[in-house]
Design a protein around this ligand. Structure first.
Ligand SMILES: O=P(O)(O)OC[C@H]1O[C@H](OP(=O)(O)OP(=O)(O)O)[C@H](O)[C@@H]1O
Ligand SMILES: [Mg+2]
Length: 179
């Protein structure tokens, strides 16, 4: 798998350090608020697991699966809910955990859904942010790393369902998807 990586952007240690900082920030901010932490599957599954281990206050978790990239490196523009939440969000303080914000379409769709369900508050946490990809204006409340305008894989992020288990984030060689 590493053969397909053009450049490693952040290795395991750098990611773990950043996740710990994000966990500390959230622990302080949400003291006494019992947030519902929502993992946006599949990409955010590794970040979610590492992040909640670094949050020291009581919280609840739930999962939502959405998809818009399929086997492409470009968004289809259509966000599909594959799996919905198990619990109601009405009146809850929500933390959405994302692996990456690129076009912003996934999160703007999710925010809309959760607002219509009357969440009390919505806080966006993303490990990676790729501002050059934005198609809608949207910013995370807390972000880990700002990435260059390139298709990246690893630490949960895939190309055609591959590379999610790489323990680092790196730029995928274009020849892998330009075949
Ligand atoms: O800001 P955007 O352009 O919407 O891109 C970000 C979203 O795209 C990816 O999900 P994807 O649709 O690939 O599903 P996956 O998480 O199952 O890989 C990623 O995990 C984010 O959820
Ligand atoms: Mg994907």
């Amino acid at each position: 798998m590493l053969n397909d990586i053009q450049e490693v952007l952040y290795d395991t240690d750098q990611i773990q350090q950043k996740v710990k900082e994000l966990g500390d920030t959230i622990s302080r901010e949400f003291e006494g608020r019992n947030p519902l932490v929502i993992c946006v599957l599949k990409g955010a599954f590794i970040f979610m697991a590492d992040l909640v281990k670094n949050i020291t206050i009581p919280l609840e978790i739930d999962f939502m699966a959405v998809s818009s990239y399929g086997s492409s490196t470009k968004t289809s523009g259509v966000v599909k809910i594959i799996k919905d939440l198990d619990v109601p969000v009405q009146g809850r303080e929500i933390i959405i955990v994302e692996d990456i914000i690129d076009s912003g379409l996934t999160l703007s769709y999710l925010i809309d859904v959760l607002e219509r369900r009357n969440a009390k508050s919505i806080t966006l946490v993303t490990l990676f942010d790729k501002p050059a990809g934005r198609k809608v204006q949207l910013d995370a409340d807390h972000k880990g790393f700002v990435l260059p305008d390139a298709f990246v894989v690893g630490y949960g992020l895939d190309y055609a369902e591959k590379y999610r288990n790489l323990p680092l984030i790196g730029i995928l060689k274009p020849e892998v998807y330009e075949k």
